[in-house]
Design a protein. Structure first.
Ligand code: 5GP
Ligand code: ZN
Length: 115
């Protein structure tokens, strides 16, 4: 828990978030500014700032998070058409919230390479 962190505050219930899934390790919330018809943020309950701050032992929730991403896509009905899981690490990649998270995007055609 980091006191200034918006995702820690959503996890603790201090500020509202539309939670679509949670368990002991991860929480999935609707993005406040969706970039696709389906846009969820997969967030570990443990506060870790960026991908570069991962350490041994984080494989557990990280692998689990990927399973959860696929399960949400199936449950919400956009798995078969295709979806994207994205992690932005540091400023040039577009990271704006310093609690590691993975975007789950689906429900529309997506171009490559990403902007
Ligand atoms: P990043 O730019 O760090 O990869 O992604 C941060 C994401 O968090 C953005 O897509 C942004 O819309 C979302 N976000 C920022 N603040 C909030 C918030 O208070 N609630 C929710 N649900 N999403 C947020
Ligand atoms: Zn946090």
């Amino acid at each position: 828990m980091s006191t200034n962190c918006v995702f820690c505050k959503i996890i603790s219930g201090d500020i509202p978030g539309h939670i679509v899934y949670q368990d002991d390790l991860v929480v999935a919330i609707e993005d406040i500014n969706p970039q696709a018809p389906h846009h969820y943020l997969l967030v570990p309950k443990k506060h870790i700032a960026t991908t570069l701050d991962l350490s041994e032992g984080d494989e557990t929730w990280l692998g689990h998070l990927y399973l959860v991403a696929g399960n949400i896509a199936k449950e919400k009905g956009f798995a078969e058409e295709g979806f994207r899981v994205v992690n932005n690490c540091n400023a040039a990649a577009g990271q704006t919230v310093w609690h590691i998270h993975f975007h789950l995007l689906g429900g529309r055609e997506m171009s490559w390479p990403p902007g």
